[in-house]
Design a protein around this ligand. Structure first.
Ligand code: CA
Ligand code: CA
Length: 235
């Protein structure tokens, strides 16, 4: 009898836990709080120009002489972007983190190029600075794709209690691509960070204790009823 009750309680507990797990996950979509491009005009590795925050387009490209610069973009261009993740509590489990980079144009140098889009991750501060585009911490390579998973980087930032997720995008040699920035009119066309979250374990633990409490309360009620039935058998 006791083993049956324990088995039943365990089954109910696991079912409720799984149901809670699924129903508590939340999906959010973030746009950058800052997104800017920078230029190294002489290809010497030093980025000397940071384009204005208000620019409506972002670029990543690398000129490969003797090809002419693609669309006039001399030297190397990189783009960095930062997302505000400060509302996500430490301990939250991230099950999906996808960085979408819906480019509006791309091109390759005619004499050969590498179709590379590398995303480097960093801890942001809410503003893109020129040094951000040189951070060397490869998170994902998406080539000619439009999106890639940045899950381990995001989980690490949330675990550390960091307030902003930063990404710097580089192109391959002879490759050019362009995006709309967050300042582009109309919105919804620029970089986007899509997350699926499950609240921190302490919330789940609280629910577990509540569930056990309800089960114990229910069992006490059943036992009282059982005793009543024994004392006053129903014929
Ligand atoms: Ca911007
Ligand atoms: Ca920054």
């Amino acid at each position: 009898m006791q083993s049956t009750i324990i088995s039943l309680a365990t089954t109910l507990f696991l079912s409720a836990l799984l149901a809670a797990d699924a129903s508590w996950s939340a999906q959010i979509s973030l746009v950058p709080v800052s997104d800017r491009s920078a230029q190294d005009i002489s290809l010497d590795g030093t980025f000397e120009t940071l384009f204005p925050e208000a620019d409506t387009f972002l670029t990543a490209s690398v000129e490969s002489p003797p090809n002419p610069p693609l669309l006039g973009h001399k030297g190397e261009h990189r783009t960095a972007m930062e997302f505000d993740i400060s509302s996500i509590p430490t301990g939250t489990l991230i099950t999906e983190a996808t960085l979408r980079l819906p480019r509006i144009s791309a091109g390759n140098s005619p004499l050969g190029s590498t179709t590379v889009t590398d995303v480097h991750g960093y801890v942001g501060n809410g503003t893109v600075e020129i040094a951000d585009v040189s951070i060397n911490n490869l998170v994902v390579s998406i080539g000619s794709g439009l999106e890639g998973s940045v899950l381990p980087h995001l989980q690490g930032l949330v675990d550390n209690g960091d307030g902003f997720a930063g990404f710097a995008v580089r192109a391959g040699l002879g490759y050019f691509q362009e995006w709309r920035s967050s300042e582009f009119g109309g919105g919804g066309f620029g970089p986007e960070l899509k997350l699926t979250l499950i609240p921190e374990p302490s919330t789940l633990t609280l629910a577990t204790f509540t569930l056990f409490g309800l089960l114990a309360y229910g069992w006490r009620g059943r036992r009282a009823l059982l005793l009543a039935e024994i004392k006053f058998p129903i014929i």
